[in-house]
Design a protein around this ligand. Structure first.
Ligand SMILES: Cc1ncc(COP(=O)(O)O)c(C=O)c1O
Length: 390
């Protein structure tokens, strides 16, 4: 059973509770909605009950958005390895450096978690056709889960998206539209086409359930470290659902008594040098980001010039005492090669960016060599092989 009760504005603007028994997207004020649980009652849930459960993200189903009798759609997402990166750690003088390797998810990225949750809910709520604007990985995940659910998938990606992302969507039977411009333009076209036809939009943070899938990354880190939490979580950020989801998860774990309060990791948001709207807003002390002009980077997932949940990411970074770091393409590809050559990890450039950010923080003294640090490798290298051309 799940303790899921209702949805509520993330601001919060005071709009009241939203009913999860019908499709919901944004709050009437335009902000993302968040799933809420009866956390008082959930204090009865014991960590010991996790022993022997399936090795996927639904092992935390008590705090997943499921109605009574609703069964999750799963391709085995989650429960990815937390690799103790000894060789890289030795080089950096960091004995407690870990890599959470999300490339081992279905469709090769952490996007599987969010889309498994979103498609589970969409199917339960009676959707027939799903649509998504994507930089690539989210489209692959949505297409796979839609196929598994027997739903139609419409994906909208920038025209210059790397070819493997297009072919994998087609493999799952999705209908692919390539759009001139960036993911924000793809989002506009998807909404224009889909709204009159009643398509169910699973854009980042425009529906409330992807975040619920992503938050399980934080539950897993806790469980994998014996319910101790790292000093730092370093995360490549585009739309920001990973950051927002994990911050929400820490709050929930504290409320149900699985984690002492006052011990949350410092959250580091990592962006690309030529598309760093959240880093810029963080440095300027702003509550929201401004649209980034001429966004470009080889890390397709980080090419998001303006995120709808930017204020939530900034809140998590600031409340945690974390940091916001911009990384050049050359540095992220170098770090991607290091993850490969030193640890045997197939990393996307986004994962490389996160590793490079650790070096920056270590060098300027914000991070101590003895700190426990979890770096997120959010996807695998294989769909990005062009960036590895000599
Ligand atoms: C590999 C990879 N890493 C990180 C991100 C950024 O994730 P988020 O949009 O949740 O911030 C993406 C998004 O497309 C991605 O594909």
């Amino acid at each position: 059973m799940s303790y899921f009760t209702h949805l509520e504005c993330s601001v919060p603007c005071g709009a009241g509770a939203y009913d999860p028994r019908v499709p919901q997207h944004l709050c009437t004020c335009g902000a993302p909605l968040l799933a809420r649980y009866d956390l008082k009652a959930a204090r009865a849930w014991r960590r010991e009950s996790l022993a022997g459960r399936a090795a996927n993200m639904w092992r935390y189903r008590e705090l997943m958005p499921l109605a009574d009798g609703e069964e999750p759609l799963t391709l085995g997402e989650g429960w990815t390895p937390l690799i103790h990166a000894h060789r890289l750690g030795d080089e950096l003088g960091m004995p407690r450096l870990f890599v959470k390797d999300e490339s081992l998810n279905p469709t090769n990225s952490f996007k599987a978690r969010g889309l498994a949750a979103a498609v589970t809910r969409a199917a339960h709520l009676g959707a027939r056709t799903l649509s998504i604007p994507s930089a690539g990985n989210a489209a692959n995940a949505m297409a796979a889960y839609a196929a598994a659910a027997g739903l139609e998938a419409k994906v909208f990606m920038p025209r210059d998206v790397k070819v493997p992302f297009i072919r994998e969507c087609e493999l799952y039977g999705a209908d692919v539209t390539l759009v001139d411009g960036l993911i924000t333009d793809a989002g506009r076209v998807a909404a224009e086409k889909g709204k009159p036809l009643g398509w169910y939009d699973v854009s980042t943070l425009k529906e409330p359930y992807r975040i619920e899938g992503k938050k399980t990354m934080a539950y897993e880190i806790g469980e994998q470290l014996g319910w101790n939490f790292p000093d730092w979580i370093v995360y490549p950020t585009g739309g920001g659902t990973g950051m927002v989801g994990m911050w929400k998860a820490f709050e929930e774990l504290e409320q149900i008594g699985w984690k002492p309060t006052g011990t949350r990791p410092k959250m580091v948001t990592v962006q690309a040098e030529h598309c760093a709207p959240i880093v810029r807003a963080f440095e300027q002390g702003a509550e929201r980001s401004e649209m980034w002009q001429n966004a470009r980077t080889v890390a397709d997932g980080l090419r998001v010039p303006k995120a709808i949940g930017d204020f939530l990411v900034l809140r998590a970074v600031r409340e945690s005492g974390g940091a916001a770091i911009a990384v050049s393409d050359a540095d992220m590809v170098r770090a991607m090669r290091e993850l490969g050559a030193r640890e045997g990890i197939s990393a996307a450039p986004e994962g490389g960016a996160a590793l490079h950010a650790v070096k920056v923080l270590l060098k300027d003294g914000r991070m101590k060599p003895t700190d426990t640090v979890v770096v997120f490798n959010t996807g695998g290298a294989l769909k990005y092989l062009d960036v590895l051309n000599p």
